[in-house]
Design a protein around this ligand. Structure first.
Ligand code: SAM
Length: 282
């Protein structure tokens, strides 16, 4: 039995499909916000699907979660307060909380059902959801961000694709609120879709970030079950003139052995992007 994600019916019609052999559907529920499905795959552990889009598999979730979290957290000199918008599975929070500098991580997820199924079906991903340094709130990220000013060192936008509940999360208004919520020298990273498949969305996302932040760049990760396999992140800084080569290298070297994807070479390497992607966001 095959699970097919048709990249034809969601954000943009691109006439492509990702197929993964599955042995069983373990769970299906329409929550107040989205359809949640969990499958047992043949070779990649369990898989979470939200509104017909593959979110993660046990086998390679690390490629996404390590890259969304560690690039900005090692770039920041002292990331004490971190905000995650979305991220209900807990994978991003798990990576953020590896950093002893982080005193508090606030996670704002709109859909409690995603958190509940992750605790049940993905215990290794949800492992840190009860960490005392994590403040988990069930709320719309757009509503939460309005009430903060000068509050966070790093903000991570770990949301679903920018349709429906996540549509507001790529607007100039949202990025302005995010910029205001960052402390001086703060960093925002947002999952930013595939440069191969979703050029129009990327253009809009990066243009809107530029409308609110003085500087933004793109970095890449290879994520096998996301459309095209190549995924991007937007890295925006609260101040211009941010020196990306000045990262916490000793701390990164000390953590490398715990990680499966991110390493020192990738810190600068992941910002090397192909010409077509560079032109797209200029
Ligand atoms: N971390 C995952 C991965 O490996 O790709 C994917 C993302 S996580 C499951 C995305 C979450 O963003 C979903 O649980 C969804 O409910 C949440 N989300 C979408 N829109 C939101 C909003 N407006 N406010 C807060 N959370 C939101």
């Amino acid at each position: 039995m095959w699970y097919n994600e048709d990249q034809d019916e969601h954000i943009i019609s691109i006439g492509a499909r990702t197929s993964i052999r599955v042995t069983k559907k373990l769970y299906e529920k329409q929550s107040n916000f989205q359809k949640i499905e969990i499958y047992q795959t043949d070779a990649f552990g369990k898989m979470m699907v939200l509104d017909n889009c593959i979110m993660l598999t046990d086998a390679n979730e690390f490629a996404y979660h390590e890259m969304i979290a560690h690039v900005p957290l090692f770039a920041h000199p002292n990331p004490e307060r971190v905000l995650i918008i979305g991220g209900g599975d807990g994978g991003t929070a798990r990576e953020v909380l590896r950093h002893p500098q982080v005193k508090e991580c606030v996670m704002v997820e709109i859909d409690e059902e995603v958190v509940n199924v992750s605790r049940e079906y993905f215990p290794a991903i949800a492992a840190e959801l009860d960490n005392p340094r994590l403040d988990l709130r069930i709320e719309d990220g757009m509503a939460y961000i309005r009430n903060n000013e000068n509050a966070f060192d790093v903000i991570l936008i770990d949301s679903t694709d920018p349709v429906g509940i996540a549509e507001n999360l790529i607007t100039v208004k949202f990025y302005e609120e995010t910029h205001r919520s960052l402390k001086k020298g703060g960093i925002m990273v947002a999952q930013a879709e595939s440069p191969f498949y979703f050029a129009d969305i990327q253009r809009k996302l990066f243009q809107n970030i530029k409308g609110a932040f003085p500087a933004v760049s793109m970095y890449l990760s290879q994520i096998p079950f996301y459309p095209s396999g190549t995924w991007s992140f937007a890295f925006a800084t609260q101040e211009a003139g941010f020196d990306r080569t000045n990262y916490r290298v000793a701390d990164l070297k000390a953590m490398e052995h715990q990680l499966q994807y991110f390493n020192e070479a990738l810190f600068t390497g992941c910002f090397a992007i192909p010409t077509f992607a560079k032109k797209m966001i200029e």
